[in-house]
Design a protein around this ligand. Sequence first.
Ligand code: 16G
Length: 262
Amino acid sequence: MVESSPNIFAEDPVVLPPGGPLYLQLKRWIEDAVHSGAIKPGEALPSERDLAIKVDVSRVTVRKAVQHLVRDGVLIQRHGSGTFVALPHQRVEQSLSQLTSFTEDMARRGMAVRSIWLDRGVYAPSPEETIVLGLSSTEGVARISRLRLTGDTPLAVERASLSSRILPDPEQVSSSLYTHLEKAGNRPVRAIQRIRAANLGEDDAKLLDVAVGSAGLNIERISYLASGRVIEFTRSIYRGDTYDFVAELRLGDQPILTGSQK
Ligand code: 16G
């Protein structure tokens, strides 16, 4: 069970560190409490209303401070159950049976997601991209490469390739590729994903903020439209210490062999 109402919020009066706008003072106060261990990972924060009364600030100020702390990965918000202190390097579980996007996976966990763009543009395709995406001789390839993070923790480097007919202007992808594709009626409905263990090379290790040679997961996703056309060819490197891929296994149609039939 999650502990709630940490003692620090019962202390009277709450004195915010001076300097700057009120929401930043409150943000710093919560940050200090997390770093000093006065509020522990997994503990719930009082509601926005209670916190506003306790600290004697408006609810808008509380909301703004909390939003910034969620963005920084200090707090997480779970829809319907409240705001909690994030667990350090919380591992993320991704189902292997649902075709979801990175943004959706994180939103379901109440984790704020952001991306740092490494590259986006239209290029001449590589032979591999031409074959996998089934490009004609006149099609270019739209590449979008991003470092994907939750708060300050980098989780993955994703390098997606799509036909330039599907994505003529990669600059138009703002935060979620799948949301962008969905708007154009091009959201993939099926994908094949291949996962391999990998030791991170210098460039990826630097981006993912881990030592060179650390364990990672090399993932290739080829996604299809309902028509059967390949829409996305994405190669990703996930940090091995933060991501779990979880598959649900069911007994198939094969008859179970009993002792004498084995
Ligand atoms: C996931 C997919 C990736 C896809 C991305 C879209 C894996 C291994 N990869 O990260 O292929 O491009 O989601 O996410 O799951 P977005 O809509 O948040 O940009």
